[in-house]
Write a protein that binds this ligand. Sequence first.
Ligand code: NAX
Length: 338
Amino acid sequence: MEPTGSPTPARPVQVTVTGAAGQVGYALVFRIAAGDLLGPDQPVVLRLVEIDQAMPALEGVVMELEDCAFPLLSGVVATADLDVGFEGSSWALLVGALPRRAGMERSDLLGANGAIFGPQGRAIAAHAAEDVRVLVVGNPANTNCLIARSNAPEVPADRWFSLTRLDQNRARALLAKRSGVPVQEVTNLAIWGNHSTTQYPDFANARIGGRPATEVVGDRAWLEGEFTSTVQTRGAAVIKARGASSAASAASAVVDSVRSIRLPTPEGDCASLAVVSRGEYGVPQGLQFGFPVLTDGRSWRVAEGFVHDDFARERLRATAEELEAERAAVKDLLGPAA
Ligand code: NAX
């Protein structure tokens, strides 16, 4: 007989991570297994997806996961088969992608990655759990997400997200450092548009200690110039310094993103996520676009009331134009839900 008063253990949630043997994957899966993603009481089964060539390395990751003896890790599935990888998945974190190689044009990169994300979208629609939510990390993340979503018309459009949280975290940290305040005092910081150098880190609507960031910083030229370009090019700066692209900070941003989707947004703040545009703020419909998002933990909406001056409007126009060009470049890969 069960001892009385013992809580019923929660059923494990299936979490899929593609590209799990890569450097973001390696920084991410241990945090998920430790309970950072879904909380300290929620057991998980990790479904790790890789390409055939990376399966031996993935086996090593699995060994290390076992060697951590995580109490919340109910099981690990390592596979190169998408149908198995997405079976019953409630969270699909699409990290795996092809890196840009020397001589590759951006359109080649879009095409090569698009060929990965169409089949993944179809496999998610066919095999994932009814409540599946998808977060795309692999670059070009917004357009890869659009490709996957458009190939999965059975999965509602509001279940698809791509990562702009790393940019938001970078921007918040930079403003906190400049102002000499703890990072949690920097709130309401939206990243608009594409996860690329055209993104707009919206300092004008951000707050520091509850006051407008523009007032606290008191240096508009720095905000429009050095601040904006530092956020936009931070990824390249990390590569230059480390000899490899952001990994631990990217994994941390994935954890933050999922938490910001499944937990209510704190009062006066917003989550930065790229979501399907329904035309908010004049953004072309159907793009996967970085917006400030508010959620109650079940459904989300784009935050209203962000004010844009000419500088901001021009930034939004440029990043929307880039995403429209990306959408045009992959039009042959888009599915029926585009
Ligand atoms: P790595 O090259 O270290 O790892 C990528 C992994 O994906 C490899 O193990 C590879 O075998 C696997 N892979 C390739 N094709 C696959 C497929 N079809 N199915 C399953 N797995 C596949 O890259 P890493 O540094 O981990 O970065 C992963 C992706 O995240 C890249 O596209 C990168 O550009 C992107 N990033 C996006 C960020 C964002 O903010 N949106 C920030 C971090 C990161 O740079």
